[in-house]
Write a protein that binds this ligand. Structure first.
Ligand SMILES: [Zn+2]
Length: 113
């Protein structure tokens, strides 16, 4: 499952940041996941629950903020919503969108003790 390797890197990043802050434990890991990132949020939660054991986040929770997809039309240049990677422009209905938002997956903040 590719979500498992994502969760392991999320935990790596979170632990590195927590150590830098001299924290004892991670209570919450806030992440931003683009709607077009190709990631199942339920699978992320499932993997997090399994992978957090033996980490500083052993009792921590994962909070996912979904970032909507957006792109710029290659035809008319308008920015618009993208519900999929090959979304069509809603303004002109002719161009495909150059996606600039919605593919990210990053740790946005931590709550630590
Ligand atoms: Zn357009």
């Amino acid at each position: 499952m590719h979500e498992m390797s994502l969760v392991i890197s999320i935990l790596d990043i979170a632990e590195a940041q927590a150590r830098e802050a001299n924290a004892q434990a991670i209570n919450r890991v806030n992440i931003e996941v683009g709607a077009l990132a190709g990631v199942e949020n339920e699978a992320l939660q499932f993997c997090f629950a399994a992978a957090r054991r033996d980490t500083m986040a052993a009792a921590g929770e994962l909070v996912i903020e979904v970032i909507a997809g957006r792109g710029t039309c290659r035809h008319c240049g308008q920015d618009g919503p993208a519900s999929e990677l090959m979304a069509l422009c809603v303004a002109c209905d002719e161009g495909t969108l150059e996606i600039f938002q919605g593919r990210e997956l990053r740790v946005s903040s931590l709550n630590v003790d």
